[in-house]
Design a protein around this ligand. Structure first.
Ligand code: GTP
Ligand code: MG
Length: 433
């Protein structure tokens, strides 16, 4: 196990959240396979000054004392800073962004995920390539040196730029394929719900719980009313990988879930967000995150038992605004309610009357959540009536799949269906029937 010293930093007088941020850096380090041997914090006058020489020697002493060959800073370092710090400290020096990129590199499972991570890594490396990048880090290996292959590290800037262009084109091709898939999916009119939230709040566990809830189980085995709307997920069929690790999920996974009053919704679980999410990653994962932008309803999952849920929500909000996902109705779900005491639950309910308390672990509130989502989708629904000739009546499954059927009767051999449906699904239905 690689022994690591962490260094947290905050502006003097503005150090609220520093502890949580460093705690998160510890979890990130562990997720990357490191062991935190020591933690140092520093309050500085200006962040870009970062760390004085005296403090750097202190860090060096701590690293020696802890027999650590790696020091990770919680703030981004410029290439020059990294080089200077490595010279003084005599250990591999990394920053938070480099660490997160490393974790993503371990997590990527699909071709698209791999290309996106490589693009993010190269964008991060490119400005660091001349000088500092080929410093100490490369000689010792381990965490934060997992580049996209040793061979590629020898590329000159020019080659890397060319590779970046190539990756962008490949990702763009995949994005276009995804758009086509999405259009195909939309031609089968099923509302799309996206799970979003901070990393490790329990999004994947929630998706599993939804699949597991009694109704879903019963209906999952029933004959689907329409062909599977999504291609087979990259991960295991059925259950979604959930783990007490940061960024357990990288590639989006999609499952069909039945809503209480009928009709299916397609739910997508995707990459979690984190504070100071590297911009290179957000940019590289834009096409994956587009799934979120196209959703009919967003379920924002919170970890109700987190030390600092406000900071997490703010970070999620920031990424969402960055993506431009603001239109769809949103349901706030406070997960891990099983970890709260009764008074704590009451306090949370009072503070977020619009939210719903759930536990992916015990199943608490899952039905309630489904109801809220259905309502959110329905908020935009209109009442319509369809008159089908018997030849088309076989397509009635399509209607049930995307609308709430209020009544069905037969008039002179024709089937009349009264239904509530979103405007989008209505036009899709008309197109289809
Ligand atoms: N006690 C409790 N633990 C939960 C609950 N839901 C999830 N967890 C745990 O929280 C950890 C993270 O769960 P995941 O489902 O992987 O979280 P995620 O949001 O998908 O995380 P990333 O994919 O890493 O962004 C796991 O160890 C789960 O067992 C819950 O309702 N109660
Ligand atoms: Mg997950």
């Amino acid at each position: 196990m690689e022994r690591v010293v962490l260094v947290g930093m905050a502006l003097k007088g503005k150090d609220a959240g520093m502890e949580e941020s460093v705690e998160e850096l510890r979890r990130l380090t562990e997720t990357a396979g490191g062991v935190v041997a020591d933690v140092l914090t520093q309050r500085v006058e200006r962040l870009n000054l970062l760390i004085g020489e005296g403090k750097a020697h202190e860090v060096a002493a701590a690293a020696r004392g802890a027999r650590a060959h790696t020091v990770i800073f919680d703030e981004d370092l410029t290439p020059a800073q990294q080089k200077a710090l490595e010279a003084i400290i005599g250990a591999k020096v990394l920053d938070r962004t480099r660490l997160i990129l490393d974790i993503f590199a371990r997590r990527a499972r699909t071709k698209e995920g791999e290309l996106q991570v490589e693009l993010a890594q190269l964008s991060y490396m490119l400005p660091r390539l001349t000088g500092a990048w080929r410093g100490f880090s490369q000689q010792v290996g381990g965490i934060g040196t997992r580049g996209p292959g040793e061979r590629k590290l020898e590329y000159e800037r020019r080659h890397i730029s060319r590779r970046i262009e190539h990756l962008k084109r490949a990702i763009e091709r995949m994005r276009r394929e995804r758009v086509v898939q999405r259009q195909r999916r939309q031609s089968v009119p099923v509302p799309h719900v996206a799970l979003i939230g901070y990393t490790n709040v329990g999004k994947s566990s929630l998706l599993n719980a939804l699949m597991d809830s009694a109704g879903a189980r019963r209906l999952r085995d029933a004959q689907p009313a329409f062909p599977r709307p999504v291609r087979a997920p990259a991960s295991v069929k059925g259950m979604v990988y959930a783990d007490d690790k940061l960024f357990a999920t990288l590639d989006p996974t999609t499952r069909r879930v039945r809503l209480p009053e009928g009709g299916w919704a397609v739910w997508t679980d995707t990459v979690g967000f984190i504070q100071k999410l590297p911009t290179a990653l957000v940019a590289a994962f834009r096409s994956t995150l587009e799934e979120v932008r196209e959703a009919d309803c967003l379920v924002h999952v919170h970890d109700a038992a987190a030390r600092d849920p406000k900071r997490q929500s703010a970070a999620v909000q920031e990424v969402l605004s960055d993506l431009g996902a603001g239109e769809a109705p949103r349901v706030e779900a406070f997960n891990k309610a099983d970890l709260l005491s009764a008074p704590e639950r009451e306090r949370l309910r009072a503070a977020h009357p619009e939210g719903v308390l759930i536990s992916a672990k015990t199943g608490l509130g899952i039905g309630d959540l489904l109801g809220r989502v259905e309502n959110a989708l329905k908020g935009r629904w209109v009442l319509r009536e369809l008159d089908l000739d018997p030849a088309r009546a076989a397509r009635i499954g399509d209607i049930y799949a995307c609308a709430q059927v209020l009544g069905q009767s037969t008039h002179h051999g024709r089937v009349r269906v009264r239904l509530r449906v979103t405007p989008e699904n209505w036009s899709r239905l008309l197109h289809r029937l």
